[in-house]
Design a protein around this ligand. Structure first.
Ligand SMILES: *Cc1c(COP(=O)(O)O)cnc(C)c1O
Length: 229
């Protein structure tokens, strides 16, 4: 299946899931996750009208998006992978939204750099709903304090919460938990749901779904993380 076919079937499935959940058409934004794919694979999806894309590595995005943006100046980029302090400046220069604000230290670094640059990105705070030791994000018990620090103390433009449920558990309880934490903190945005479970996420109120392989196909096996990633 081509990326274009994948794109059309995902947008149709999103529309159907919105209708099933009695949510208005267009309530859910598709973040097309283009990590690991090059410009030639991404371009047809841009040509079909998709404007919102997700990448998980600053350096990789810096390599391919300036050229794509020259062709499609209204494309918007979300960072969905962990951010290192030494990459904050580059990330703010390239990304419109940082979805992976996963710890107070990086929230503080973003706030500091945003002030210097006079350019504050919209952000999501990442919650580790499954409390997995290897996964980024603050545990649910620390979520309210994290929202307070990021939004109220640091003045970040926090528009919502993001989660990646454990791969080996049904995702619905994690989506429900994220929605509950967002609601009690007055946050409207919910970035949850990937290729395997975006329809479930939409039933639980997702405002953003991050879908990669269902559009672009299988990715090459993960490279080991590098210190500069
Ligand atoms: C890769 C990735 C996705 C997309 O995953 P698919 O299963 O390919 O849809 C979504 N969110 C994050 C944070 C990712 O790293």
């Amino acid at each position: 299946m081509s990326a274009l076919d994948g794109y059309h079937s995902v947008t149709a499935a999103i529309a159907a899931a919105e209708a099933d959940a009695d949510r208005p058409a267009g309530a859910v934004s598709l973040v097309a996750v283009s990590k690991t794919f090059d410009g030639d694979k991404i371009r047809p999806v841009l040509q079909a009208g998709q404007r919102l894309f997700g990448e998980n590595r600053v350096q990789e995005a810096e390599g391919k998006w300036p050229a794509l943006r020259a062709e499609f100046p209204d494309a918007r980029l979300h960072l969905i992978g962990p951010l290192q302090s030494n990459k904050v400046k580059a990330a703010l220069a390239l990304f419109d939204v940082i979805e992976s604000v996963d710890r107070p230290k990086i929230a503080r670094a973003i706030a500091k750099e945003a002030e210097k640059m006079g350019r504050a990105p919209d952000v999501f705070l990442q919650i580790n709903t499954g409390e997995e030791p290897q996964k980024a994000g603050v545990p649910p018990a620390e979520a309210d304090a994290f929202v307070m620090e990021a939004r109220d103390t640091l003045g970040l433009r926090v528009i919502g919460l993001m989660c990646i449920p454990p791969v080996d558990e049904p995702p619905a309880p994690h989506f429900a938990l994220l929605a509950k934490i967002a609601a009690r903190n007055g946050l409207a945005g919910l970035s949850m749901g990937m290729s395997a479970d975006f329809e479930t996420a939409i039933r639980h109120g997702a405002t953003h779904v991050r879908v990669g392989s269902a559009i672009f196909g299988a990715r090459p096996p993960l490279r080991p993380p590098t210190p500069t990633a």
